[in-house]
Design a protein around this ligand. Structure first.
Ligand code: AOF
Ligand code: ZN
Length: 319
């Protein structure tokens, strides 16, 4: 069976619903398809300890379309073949008598890597890998964490055309357009922790929370050498998500890895970004280039190009 790119993208989008909520497990999505390639069951992994995507999709198929024969199970990640917190998905696939499995990404977890094919073949189930780059992208943070114990670190910085940097949580008048703030806001919903330096907390008093849907799993992190932080800052006093404080960037990243965090987003300031870079801890730089010139002016009085209508440019570079 051939799969349209639209079907594969829809599956990755389904898996994405779990992003920022599954740690230390990967976000995964699965479809059960009939012989015509119609989706008759779907599911995604919501949280560690809960059903894997495959089991969710099989249950959905049995509930909604019990009379339709399953032709293929399509899943973003290779099914697990050894039990962990929950049973092995290969067992669930065998029990459901689904004749074919197609997965879009190999499992970086050594416990399961490249094992599904053989296990399923013993039961006459055909299993193949159909490489799809967006499915690999999706589990980059999981892959880093499961193989090294360290989280994947993304550093986001906004910059004017004349190279002036400000933190995303700072003076929004110049930093980035509404559209790009929305885009970086979405990134906050997909990570496990948002990290800033003490100076950012003292100066900008950010909430460090996504603007849209609340995510109780998201942890806020402040790195401050002096530890002198205002107790009435939002991150400590709003009664919302947990906030951890560290004296040192390296110690912070290591401990977050130990706590199962797979993806940490650093939103400034420059001092913290520099410490992370010097320690070789940055996996990805997300630079938002804003069509403004600050020159010698104050940040709020930057010269804005294109009447404010020219969009910011996102530059993503991997270490
Ligand atoms: C998931 N969700 O949908 C799939 C996973 O501790 P466990 O039993 O939940 O197993 C976690 C491992 O299972 C994980 O490291 C990965 O190798 C594999 N696949 N995990 O959490 C899923 N399909
Ligand atoms: Zn599984």
């Amino acid at each position: 069976m051939e799969f349209s790119t639209a079907t594969l993208k829809a599956l990755v989008d389904l898996a994405r619903k779990g992003e920022g909520r599954t740690r230390p497990n990967p976000p995964v999505g699965a479809f059960v398809l009939d012989a015509q390639g119609v989706v008759v069951g779907k599911g995604y992994h919501r949280r560690a300890g809960m059903n894997h995507a495959e089991v969710e999709a099989i249950a959905d198929w049995k509930k909604r379309n019990p009379k339709v024969a399953a032709h293929t199970l399509l899943v973003t990640l290779e099914p697990c073949s050894r039990p962990g917190r929950v049973g092995a998905c290969t067992d669930a696939i065998i029990a459901a008598e689904i004749p074919r499995v197609v997965y879009l990404c190999r499992d970086p977890n050594p416990k399961n890597r490249d094992k599904a094919k053989r296990t399923l073949a013993h039961h006459g189930i055909e299993c193949r890998h159909l490489k799809f780059a967006p499915a690999e992208e999706l589990i980059r943070p999981f892959a880093k964490h499961v193989t090294t114990g360290m989280p994947y670190v993304t550093v986001k910085l906004a910059m004017s055309l004349d190279g002036r940097i400000a933190d995303s949580c700072g003076d929004a008048r110049w930093v980035s357009s509404e559209k790009s703030r929305k885009r970086t806001g979405e990134l906050r919903e997909r990570v496990d922790a948002i990290m800033v330096g003490g100076e950012t907390v003292r100066r900008d008093n950010p909430s460090l929370l996504p603007h849209g849907k609340a995510n109780p799993h998201l942890v806020r992190v402040v790195v401050s050498k002096s530890g002198k932080l205002p107790p009435d800052a939002q991150v400590f006093s709003d009664g919302k998500n947990e906030t951890l404080v560290y004296r040192d960037a390296v110690e912070a990243v290591r401990d977050l890895g130990r706590r199962g965090m797979m993806h940490v987003l650093c939103e400034g300031g420059l001092k913290l970004a520099t410490s992370l870079a010097e320690s070789g801890l940055v996996d990805e730089w997300l630079t938002v280039l804003c069509p403004k010139v600050i020159g010698t002016r104050r940040i709020g009085e930057a010269v804005v190009f294109g009447g404010g209508k020219t969009e910011d440019v996102f530059v993503c570079s991997r270490a």
